[in-house]
Design a protein around this ligand. Structure first.
Ligand code: ADP
Ligand code: ZN
Ligand code: ZN
Length: 709
């Protein structure tokens, strides 16, 4: 039987080597047996063979009949991708303005989209059709028994805690939403740190799994520790739990992906990339810490996993919407605004779940005109000494790694800089190297100033390594450790540091954001924050939101249980104790903070009250990047004139990015702001098409809903 299949391929549309439609889809002839939409095929593309995904089947050729080539082979041994999954990738392609093939295929595990790994069967009698199989898929499916075996036996469940009334109400609302898909809204599970949000959504998942449906749980990058998977296994006895994140080797990722796709996984726990996993029986999505910036992909398809999760839940399973639960103690302004407008429903937990736990007292410690020793003021030093004496571990939060942000020469003013980027090079004492935190450049610390030969170079400012050293100097008998990206390169080392705190084997743990996220320390009663100021006066309109949520989250590590919970304290050193952000923070009052933030954003016409996109260009010379953007802007203005949507869409002047040069590439950007989404997307469709047509000789891309501008 002859038919024509339209295939999505991960190839830039500009490479017109086959019969293409111009939107990254290509037509091929198929004369073999049965074929379905959602199946993978191997197809010729120029001189190569590529893996493609069948998205349409037609009786007649839609394009250029003479140029149509034959499918090489149909991939067998794997269920087709579902219509729901295709609808999700179609949405992502149109929303982020990328060809479908560049959205659908990169979301798949690498071996699956590597044509060279497939084994081809002999061509059948007609000489054309043949099938291909990927040996590792078969192996993955065989391994499903292992996953089931890893599940905690259903009857071995530990004594379940009784939900408190607020938790019970939240769980009830989630289940009620599940049972009334027609009126379903995204649910914002808003609860203070330690209020038992995890417990609530685990119960909901248990119900979903009992009904033979799958649950997808997204967690921030940094959160996906072995402990979390363990919490899930214990909390969901009998459930087969899969994990999907970028830390898996390619083979393991394929296994996990295939098992989820074949319905052999009940709960898929993953980072942002898991939002595009194939889950044929999906019944519930949870996005934990929904405000977390790691849900935004920063390269390639620059998607927000949180936003795609909302869309995926709305599209649901076979046309029936499924619930999505966004959990956070400090929701994003976007989600908060949706609650206020009635588009999302808020479920609130206002108290800590463990009976004897209580919220810590937050105190500001002014640093102006105050003597500090090694960067620590007296109140911090006394408080730390006091807790050590009582055998209560102390967390010291400092969101900057390395020893010192810059080395300086006192006689000529030289500063250590990365030769490839427009940033300072950070001094790391651990390896006596200068490091660039943007491009990875490293170099031995010079013995003397490269400019004037002065041998007296000084380390300016402090990073976690220096804070660790200071604490050792101030508290010589204390057991001090550091947790940041540098100290935890070895797999499992972060987990063992956190365990050491639990076990009381550490007195002080210094760290970046890594120590703030989600860890349930029962014995910590003091958290110190050395420097909250750098974020207070940032140009980024989201800096305050991020700082507030970081501080709430670190503060949330204290007072989570134990008899001493009541005296738990958070001490924050700051030069600006009068800053309005602190007023709400001291009162643990996110509602007040959010109200002020949203009022400010509304007055300034900023997101979520407007919608943004950025066009970025990269070139060896800054002038080329700016010139491209300036020309693009002129073209955009003409398009807006023609479309008559100019009053709703604004194009700003091109500017260099705040870190303009990275790895010898100059970067510039142009901000597009619109009052309404449809106008923004209609404009982008026309504009990006025109830009593509011009085939500029530099790299450029567009990002929708950028987080950093
Ligand atoms: P969150 O996710 O809101 O920060 P968790 O779900 O991690 O909070 O819960 C914090 C702690 O409270 C955990 O140790 C959890 O086991 C415990 N917990 C949760 N719900 C209850 C409950 N109803 N009774 C007693 N302890 C609870
Ligand atoms: Zn010098
Ligand atoms: Zn660099």
């Amino acid at each position: 039987m002859l038919s024509f299949v339209r295939v999505a391929i991960d190839q830039p549309a500009a490479v017109a080597a086959s019969a293409g439609t111009g939107d990254g889809l290509y037509d091929y002839r198929w004369t073999g047996g049965a074929i379905e939409v959602g199946q993978f095929v191997l197809v010729p593309f120029g001189a190569r063979t590529l893996v493609g995904l069948v998205v349409e089947i037609n009786d007649t050729a839609m394009v250029d009949a003479e140029r149509i080539r034959d499918v090489v082979a149909r991939v067998d041994g794997l269920s087709p991708m579902s219509a729901d999954w295709l609808a999700l990738t179609r949405f992502a392609a149109s929303y982020y303005h990328r060809p479908l093939g560049e959205v659908a295929l990169p979301s798949l595990p690498v071996p699956l989209r590597d044509a060279s790994r497939y084994a081809l069967s002999d061509p059948s009698e007609d000489g054309v059709s043949c099938s291909a199989t990927l040996p590792s898929i078969a192996r993955a499916i065989k391994r499903s028994a292992k996953l089931a075996a890893a599940a905690v036996p259903a009857d071995a469940g530990k004594e379940a805690v009784a939900l408190n009334p607020m938790q019970a109400a939240a769980l009830g609302a989630i289940l009620e939403a599940r049972d009334s898909p027609a009126t379903l809204k995204p649910l914002l599970l808003y609860g203070i740190t330690g209020s038992g949000k995890t417990e609530v959504y685990l119960r909901a998942i248990a119900e979903v799994v009992a009904a033979k449906r799958q649950a997808l749980v997204l967690v921030p990058e940094i959160n996906l520790t072995p402990q979390l998977a363990e919490t899930f296994r214990c909390g969901l006895p009998g459930a087969r739990i899969g994990t999907l994140h970028s830390g898996h080797a390619a083979g393991e990722r394929l296994h996990q992906w295939v098992l989820a796709h074949e319905g052999q996984v009940d709960v898929l726990l993953g980072t942002r990339l898991a939002v595009l996993a194939s889950l044929p029986r999906l019944g519930l999505i949870v996005v934990d810490e929904e405000h977390d910036a790691s849900y935004k992909q920063q390269e390639g398809l620059r998607y927000s996993a949180r936003d795609l999760a909302i869309v995926r839940a709305r599209q649901g399973l076979a046309g029936q919407a499924i619930p999505v639960v966004l959990a956070s103690a400090t929701p994003s302004m976007e989600s908060w605004a949706h609650v206020e407008s009635g588009r999302y429903r808020k479920l609130v937990l206002t108290e800590r779940a463990v009976p004897e736990a209580s919220l810590p007292t937050i105190r500001l410690v002014p640093t102006q005109r105050v003597e500090a020793l090694h960067g620590l003021t007296e109140p911090l030093r006394l408080a730390i000494a006091d807790r050590i004496a009582r055998h209560e571990p102390v967390l010291v939060f400092h969101n900057r790694r390395g020893y010192a942000p810059v080395l300086a020469c006192g006689s000529c003013g030289w500063l250590s800089a990365c030769p490839r980027c427009s940033v300072n090079a950070v001094f790391h004492k651990s390896d006596r190297n200068l490091h660039c935190h943007h491009c990875g450049w490293q170099h031995r610390v010079p013995r003397a100033c490269p400019e004037c030969g002065n041998v007296d170079l000084s380390a300016v400012g402090r990073g976690t390594q220096r804070v660790e050293e200071s604490l050792r100097a101030l508290f010589p008998d204390a057991r001090v450790a550091r947790i940041d990206r540098d100290s935890t390169r070895r797999k499992g080392s972060a987990a063992s540091l956190l365990d050491a705190v639990h076990l009381g084997d550490l007195d002080i743990l210094v760290g970046t954001q890594m120590l703030a996220k989600g860890h349930d320390f029962r014995n910590v009663t003091l958290v110190c924050v050395l420097d909250a100021d750098s974020a207070l006066y940032s140009h980024d309109f989201r800096a305050a939101e991020r700082l507030f949520s970081n501080l709430m989250q670190v503060a949330g590590r204290a007072g989570r249980g134990g008899a001493r919970s009541r005296g738990a304290e958070v001490l924050i050193q700051t030069r600006s104790p009068e800053h309005p952000l602190f007023e709400a923070l001291l009162a643990h009052d996110f509602d007040r903070f959010a109200a002020t933030q949203l009022a400010d954003r509304k007055a300034a016409g900023l997101p979520p009250f407007s919608h943004q996109a950025v066009l970025r260009a990269e070139a060896p010379r800054a002038s080329d990047a700016i010139a491209f953007l300036a020309a693009a802007r002129t073209e955009g203005m003409a398009i807006l004139d023609a479309m008559r949507v100019d009053r709703g869409v604004e194009l700003y002047d091109p500017v260099p990015m705040s870190v303009a040069r990275v790895a010898n590439v100059e970067r510039a950007q142009l901000l597009i702001e619109a009052r309404a989404r449809p106008a923004l997307h209609a404009f982008l469709d026309a504009w990006l098409g025109a830009l593509q047509g011009r085939r500029p000789r530099l790299r450029w891309h567009v990002e929708i809903d950028p987080l950093d501008i």
